[in-house]
Ligand binder design. Sequence first.
Ligand SMILES: Nc1ncnc2c1ncn2[C@@H]1O[C@H](COP(=O)(O)OP(=O)(O)O)[C@@H](O)[C@H]1O
Ligand SMILES: CC(=O)N[C@@H](CCC(=O)OP(=O)(O)O)C(=O)O
Length: 259
Amino acid sequence: MTTSKSTQLTAPKSIVIKLGGSMLDGLNENFFANFKKLQATGHEIVIVHGGGPAINKALANNGISTTSINGIRVTSAEAIGIVQSTLVGQVNPALVHQLNKSGNQAIGLSGYDNQLLQCTILDKSTYGFVGEVQQVNTSFIEMLLKNGITPVISSISCTTDGEPLNINADTVASEIALAIKAESLQLVTDTPGIKIGGEIQETVTSEKVTDWIISGDIYGGMIPKVTAALDCLAAGIPSVQIVGDQLSGTTILQQEVYA
Ligand SMILES: Nc1ncnc2c1ncn2[C@@H]1O[C@H](COP(=O)(O)OP(=O)(O)O)[C@@H](O)[C@H]1O
Ligand SMILES: CC(=O)N[C@@H](CCC(=O)OP(=O)(O)O)C(=O)O
């Protein structure tokens, strides 16, 4: 594919923003106004969302318990239907509604829609019905963005046979950022960045992050986030941040910047 220089210079920059389930409740209009500001400054936005707490509640209501391995939910045959109906049927439309109310043209999607996320099973004996993204339908996302539409994507997809699969939303966000060659990935969560010894870290290197996973200073739901960040940085996405609802937090760098 050839891209003319003038196209490169004028092309809008895309940002993938992942909203964690931990911070979705209680978001106000000021938060959503940030998206309009970004769009007004020439950015195209793709939103990916999770819904861990809503899924936990729905599973508990149905008497189903699940475990996680390094932040990845082990998803049994009885759990997958609940995960799917919670993310696609509840969390996604609620978020789309809030975005539309604040002036976005938001459209709710899952990995099923127009084969947005083509997946295989990650490792059935370890994780059950958890997907691994093999391909992203980038032309579909680009078509929506070109038409001023904001895709709001839940982390559910299926195998080629239509078997539903649960995917960690941080992983989906990084796969999409990589596929569309986004200029930035922002992972918005319930803590304003990575905390080590009680202190928020403003900038961290990929090397330190790897050490902190080994030492246990980074654990649970933070592991898929930093893994997503490292994958994006290694593939050349210039900027990856883990932030709170004020959109400030930790910037992850591929390597130390020396003054
Ligand atoms: N070093 C760390 N710094 C901050 N949070 C951490 C760290 N290690 C683990 N966590 C946990 O990760 C959580 C965020 O992940 P998660 O609950 O999955 O959020 P989300 O729903 O936004 O994806 C934090 O609330 C915190 O409990
Ligand atoms: C396989 C896997 O871990 N799926 C996640 C999908 C939702 C998610 O990632 O939600 P957060 O962003 O709120 O953590 C889960 O079942 O919780």
